[in-house]
Design a protein around this ligand. Structure first.
Ligand SMILES: NC(=O)c1ccc[n+]([C@@H]2O[C@H](COP(=O)([O-])OP(=O)(O)OC[C@H]3O[C@@H](n4cnc5c(N)ncnc54)[C@H](OP(=O)(O)O)[C@@H]3O)[C@@H](O)[C@H]2O)c1
Length: 260
């Protein structure tokens, strides 16, 4: 079966873990080819080795402008063409206003907003006509919590930037869309959120606190569970190949945004 344009030869940032890895593996399983990007080469190589000839590893720190430049061209040269790009790399640092650390603020803006905007601009030049880009945003773009100011601002900015890119890309046949996941069971939410001044607990106390945190997050979803990376990957791959969708954000959140 012929794969939809957008899902044939795809660059996936954050492809070494979590949602990005699930996207890369789904595309590979469907018969497409993928370049996975992230900082940790060993993670990328593990994904590559699980899908020989289908997934290729390209280590890159996306927060470093010099490393980021020309990334899509490199992926295109590796794959012999490029029709899809997914930006799943991201970082979150929970800090309440008044305690937002400068480095954490800047790194969240750089990775969650500046990098995908710049990659999106490169996609306008490099992707084949009919191709698609999907940015992984977050429900926190639409409903921030007390400690998410920097992350929410970056992800909301990403959704806005996606719309401008979609308008610019439309005449060239390059589509831009986003997904806004609720809480997904990946490494990102397995980090204990501490109160200001608190030291990291260890051993059983750490495990109990983390268990309680995950249980509280699960309870935010009317469908009664956290998302799986594969739930989000299915939505991402759909949008990559959705030939009449551009400028849209697909919420995939177990009903989280329905809550009052
Ligand atoms: N999990 C959730 O509940 C949730 C909810 C809504 C949205 N999201 C979004 O979903 C996306 C994927 O997150 P995830 O849940 O799959 O968590 P994850 O497994 O921690 O994935 C984050 C990925 O980003 C990569 N990354 C981080 N900094 C990078 C940098 N400077 N350069 C290149 N790559 C970098 C990481 O690889 P390296 O560390 O090897 O670089 C990692 O593969 C993120 O954009 C996140 O904001 C997650």
């Amino acid at each position: 079966m012929k794969l939809p344009v957008g899902t044939r030869r795809v660059l996936v940032t954050g492809g070494g873990s979590g949602i990005g890895r699930a996207v890369a593996e789904r595309i590979a399983a469907d018969g497409g080819e993928v370049v996975v990007v992230g900082r940790r080469a060993e993670r990328l190589e593990a994904v590559r080795d699980a899908w020989p000839g289908r997934i290729h590893a390209l280590p890159c720190d996306l927060a470093d402008e010099a490393q980021r430049q020309g990334l899509l061209e490199r992926a295109r040269d590796l794959l012999g063409g490029l029709d899809g790009m997914v930006h799943s790399a991201g970082n979150v640092v929970h800090q309440a206003p008044g305690r937002i650390d400068e480095a954490a603020l800047r790194s969240q803006l750089e990775l969650n907003l500046v990098a995908p905007l710049r990659l999106g601009e490169e996609a306008l030049r490099v992707l084949e006509s009919g191709g698609g880009v999907v940015f992984v945003a977050s429900t926190l773009a639409f409903r921030p919590v007390r400690t998410s100011a920097a992350y929410s601002a970056a992800k909301a900015g990403l959704v806005a930037a996606m719309a401008s890119l979609a308008l610019e890309g439309a005449p060239r046949g390059v589509r831009f869309n986003a997904v806004a996941p609720g809480l997904v069971d990946t490494e990102m939410i397995h980090e204990l959120r501490l109160d200001p001044g608190e030291t990291m607990p260890t051993g059983v106390e750490y495990e109990e606190r983390l268990g309680a945190q995950l249980e509280a997050l699960r309870g935010l979803h009317p469908l009664g569970r956290l998302g799986k990376a594969e739930d989000v990957a299915a939505a991402v791959v759909h949008l990559l190949g959705a030939s009449w969708s551009t400028g849209t954000t697909l919420t995939i959140d177990g009903g989280l945004l329905l809550r009052e």
